[in-house]
Write a protein that binds this ligand. Structure first.
Ligand SMILES: [Zn+2]
Length: 184
């Protein structure tokens, strides 16, 4: 059993379990990446990245950004989007999130790129794989979900690099978009 002891990493803030949820063993094995394993009862959990979606939404060649109303990243800018639900495609998840947040019915979205990210919510750090899609809208949203969104703004895509974003993945995706489309 000594080998397990050698592999145990002391509990730290990046871990989501301090002990085994099944048998309460304190020396839960963690690979410091994603795998939790209990050598006592065989409890195994992989904290795999969650699929998240975000839209580079263009309105009259301007980029639509939201100012987040809650943490993580409260008061900072973000691309509209959210987590994909179980049983849902990335496209449907993005359309649902945009409808919930901005009241917009998106009919088509085009895949652009993906980036890794982390989402720190109430002490649990969720690794995510952010799938970014390009969307063009014809009508600016008249209202939005106030619990989630403090404000909705339009910026020239090239000027977004100077703004403060909640997550590096959103900013990086816009940077790639500006570069690829020669929008600077
Ligand atoms: Zn256990």
């Amino acid at each position: 059993m000594d080998i397990y002891i050698l592999n145990v990493i002391p509990y730290n803030e990046t871990m989501i379990f301090s002990h085994c949820p099944t048998c309460t063993l304190k020396t839960l094995e963690y690979d410091d990446i994603k795998r939790y394993y209990c050598p006592e009862c065989d409890f195994t959990y992989y904290h795999n990245p969650a699929a998240a979606v975000a839209g580079i939404i263009l309105f009259n060649n301007k980029l639509l950004l939201i100012k987040r109303a809650k943490d993580p990243g409260k008061g900072k800018l973000d691309l509209p989007g959210g987590f994909v639900d179980p049983g849902e495609s990335a496209e449907d998840g993005l359309k649902r999130e945009i409808h919930e947040e901005l009241g917009i019915h998106v009919t088509s979205c085009k895949y652009f790129m993906s980036l890794p990210n982390t989402y720190d919510y109430k002490g649990i750090i969720y690794p995510t794989c952010d799938l970014i899609f390009e969307i063009t809208i014809e009508t600016f949203p008249g209202e939005w979900e106030k619990d989630e969104i403090e404000d909705v703004i339009l910026v020239h895509p090239a000027s977004a690099a100077a703004l403060e974003f909640a997550f590096p993945s959103g900013k990086a995706a816009i940077g790639s978009f500006v570069k690829q489309r020669n929008l600077s």
